[in-house]
Design a protein around this ligand. Structure first.
Ligand code: NAP
Length: 259
């Protein structure tokens, strides 16, 4: 079965206006999938859609929606109800660096909605359709942060645990329904993420190999960690107590939070 037969004809990518999501859109269109691109910034989505349509001869639809809003689903369904979504990429997300109590509670709740609630809602809707067709795939963009309780990025790391556990648990449930699940766990990656979170990146990887690994591992394994240094880190964590991880994560993050 080809990639398009397994995961086509349409892929829906959230957070496609920048960074890892835009790269998913590029690589999936190169594989011949039509795309539904979801984010808030319309101009960016339109520019990307035009580029991918002309370059890779695929169809692209865009949905400008705020995934932190409780009523985002009908807007997405109005664009997808006549097409088959064979691949869902739950990528949209953001972090908030610094002391939790210094952040607006409203912003922390938006983080939960975008990083956890939206992937759950979309997985419920499109996962159900995929299970009925007995084929498809869902990618959750989690993080290496899911493996380390992270002071000064506490709720972000916790939200990424949610995505990792959801992907791994649902991977078991959906296997018998013919649907592949993958948790992609990047380390620091060169995107707008850090600027928005209010932190500085360290040893950031380019987006291209991060996404390439995810598309290579989909259907073959349940978790993909891009970069040998990130894989080594996660491996070494197995041999040290969790409180030690948290201690060092706190030391590192204290220096990375933007003043
Ligand atoms: N970069 C890293 O170091 C890193 C490491 C591990 C995991 N990740 C994960 O990778 C994923 C993608 O992040 P990125 O690094 O590519 O960051 P990015 O460049 O900041 O892109 C984030 C994307 O999410 C979208 N988004 C954010 N809030 C949204 C909202 N309320 N509604 C709809 N869309 C929203 C943004 O679109 P609009 O602003 O246009 O809405 C944008 O397209 C995230 O889940 C992040 O946690 C990143």
């Amino acid at each position: 079965m080809t990639f398009v037969e397994r995961y086509g004809p349409w892929a829906l990518v959230t957070g496609a206006s920048a960074g890892i999501g835009a790269e998913f859109a590029r690589q999936l269109s190169e594989k011949g999938l039509n795309l539904v691109l979801v984010a808030r910034r319309r101009q960016r989505l339109e520019d990307l859609a035009r580029d991918l349509e002309s370059r890779n001869k695929v169809q692209v639809r865009i949905v400008t929606v705020d995934l932190s809003q409780p009523d985002f689903l009908p807007t997405i369904l109005s664009v997808t109800n006549s097409i088959e979504i064979g691949l869902l990429v739950n990528n949209a997300g953001f972090g908030l660096a610094g002391h939790l109590i210094e952040h607006e509670l409203e912003k922390e709740l938006q983080l939960l909605d975008v990083n956890c609630r939206a992937p759950l809602v979309l997985t419920h809707v499109f996962g159900r359709q995929m299970a009925q067709r007995k084929r498809g795939g869902i990618i959750f963009v989690s993080s290496v942060s899911a493996y380390i309780a992270t002071p000064f990025e506490a709720s972000y790391a916790a939200s990424k645990v949610y995505e990792l556990f959801l992907a791994e648990s649902l991977g078991y449930e959906f296997k018998m329904k013919g649907v592949d699940m993958l948790a992609l766990c990047p380390g620091s990656t060169d995107t707008e993420f850090h600027e928005i979170a209010g932190s500085r990146p360290v040893a950031a990887m380019a987006v291209e190999p991060v996404v390439r690994l995810a598309l290579k591992k989909l259907g073959k394994t349940s978790v993909a960690i891009p970069g040998w240094h990130n894989r080594l880190l996660v491996y070494l964590l197995k041999f040290t107590p969790r409180r030690v991880h948290t201690y060092f994560a706190g030391k590192v993050m204290a220096n990375l939070v933007a003043p």
